[in-house]
Design a protein around this ligand. Sequence first.
Ligand code: NAD
Ligand code: MG
Length: 390
Amino acid sequence: MTRKVTILGSTGSIGCNTVDLIERNAQDFEVVALTGGRSVEKLAKQAKALQAEIAVTAFDDCYAPLMEALEGSGIEVAAGEQALCEAAERPADWIMSAIVGAAGLPPGLKALEQGTTLALANKESLVTAGSLLKSTANEHGARILPVDSEHSAVFQALVGEDVSEVERVVITASGGAFRDWPIERLASATLAEASSHPNWDMGQRITIDSATMFNKALELIETHEFFEISPDKIEAIVHPESLVHALVGFRDGALMAHVGPPDMRHAIGYALNWPERAHLPVERLNLARIGQFTFRDPDEERYPALAQARWVMEEGGLAGAVFNAAKERALDGFIEESIGFLDMAAVVADVIEIMSGEGLGLAAITLDSVQEVDELARAHADAAITRRQR
Ligand code: NAD
Ligand code: MG
């Protein structure tokens, strides 16, 4: 029997890897919706190759070029935020959430409302609105499966285990582009330097977030939200080889590690085939050739984002939405080359300082309340960027 699948963010790095796995077993799938942003040609090509029902671009001004690219194909075309949500509402058995940033939240919620399985790469939606995402899934009998490599690793290490027996969860970090740079040099790190990852081939935003460890900060929060494990049991460790993705420690002292090549098709494929395992086209590791795995504690001075993540987990409530929004704007500021590399964490710290007294932890998490603090945090971040502009 074929399964109906939708990919939100199909033109991105995770999206293309998902398309790759589906294309390899095209006979098993019926593709409902594919969505993208400005890469209209790529979206049209994917939609034709997978014979999708509908292709949706997030941006209204991309509607006409997408229409043109798909003319005569019989594939429906739509554009805009509302159209993304409608695509997520179309009945599907499995939906990949691979839009980057807080924009992934509304369509992710719509997907959950139809009671489907949501493969979640969009960690930002769990960071900004974890309890809302989980309660929506519970209410509608939907399931969320992790796609982030570390979280897929933890999820796999927990198969057949009782979470209450978990003593610690260790997620690994490559340390990003500047892990070996002297700290004094970081202030002058350029956009091009920050956009190249030593081990993983990913979208630009998450690649820069790896260099600052904002990505790991989001992932600490994601671990806390996804597995409902208390923050004091969650650690990040630098592992430059990016081969051990996470380790789960149990109360008898055993540590279960998940080891694999840095290829997202593993985690995506696990979520696609869950609860079964299927053959995946990923490299098999030659352990003798690798020789050793190394680990070291992250330097919190180099990566202030980690302490900021601790603040988010302690505060709870809307703190995650504030943190993520401030981080997204700070990242925009760095990509636009308005601020320097170290300014990103400083901008987020400014926003946290301004907004931390506002009872964030106690606020109810609804789509409206999340979007409201998200906007406010972005405005504060913009002001902080202007102050720090070079
Ligand atoms: P990417 O930038 O390569 O792709 C992002 C996708 O979202 C594209 O399809 C793009 O068109 C779409 N998009 C961009 N802005 C949009 C908007 N405003 N509205 C709707 N759609 C929009 O990103 P990526 O690296 O594939 O990451 C996607 C998500 O997966 C992120 O949440 C990221 O943190 C997470 N993730 C990525 C990796 C990885 O290896 N790339 C690993 C783990 C988790
Ligand atoms: Mg990850």
